[in-house]
Design a protein around this ligand. Sequence first.
Ligand code: NAD
Length: 289
Amino acid sequence: MKEKIGFIGLGIMGKPMARNLVHAGYTLYVFSSGAASVRELEKEGAISASSPKKIAELSDIIITMLPDSPQVKEVAFGNDGLIEGLSKGKLFIDMSTIDAATEIEIHERFAAIGVDTLDAPVSGGDVGAKAGSLSIMAGGSKNAFNRALPLFQILGKRINHIGATGAGQIAKSCNQIATALATQGVIEAFSLAASAGIDLARLKEVLSGGFADSRTLAVSGERMIKRDFSPGFKLKLYTKDLRIAKQAAAERSVNLPGTQLLHNEMQQLVSEGKGELDFSALIHLFENN
Ligand code: NAD
């Protein structure tokens, strides 16, 4: 018999991920602070629950897809939190992008009551969440990973067990470093082209045929050309990801000068009130020079 799933956090990523699980025939209990998304999923067969505690009581496996560590901790340990409803043998999977230290803390507290955990952040954006083609990078025990695999195969295409608890989040930081710097590359190329009067759509087409080709160029480059900054991936969340990456690097004495630069740029735009825009809005900084 299929395990019963609880899903918490129905935003840009969580809603389509939860939808894919319902459509795959899972019994799915949902909880989120966005009431409209909950109603939408109820119409498609999900069952709404009144608290994380209730989700934990009703489900065998609980997934969270929340903005950052404070929200994950609140859901796990706050009033009517998961910890009040969990019992031995259940599995907790956090698919949010948060810091590895918080995942280790959650793992230790849940392990004490017989609940295993995985950190399993994703890459692939809203497009990948809708298509069920996310890249999933998991940290935790092999047993927990094997148990989660049937769910991961619905949500994603490239699914990897990276290592112990926290390793999934470190891999996700690596992903964010690489994609942030690729974004900077696209923006600088576009800035030079625009200053020389070159059509950006034509430039993108040319760059797509060679070594400059990337998903960043395809997706973020297209958004920059179309001036479509509706999220996508919110700039404020990307800023959070680079803060986490910097912290992980500092703890290991690793120098990340490019990441530092990008983090400063992102923070500047967030302080100008642009945090809710897609991160491709970073191009604004260069246009204002
Ligand atoms: P979002 O802001 O669209 O969604 C977050 C959801 O969590 C919202 O529905 C919100 O109502 C809910 N929520 C917040 N606090 C809550 C709480 N205490 N209890 C219950 N529900 C709560 O964010 P998103 O873009 O879906 O991102 C979610 C996570 O996935 C983040 O960690 C982000 O970094 C990561 N991520 C996002 C993308 C992307 O392209 N958007 C890609 C990969 C990973």
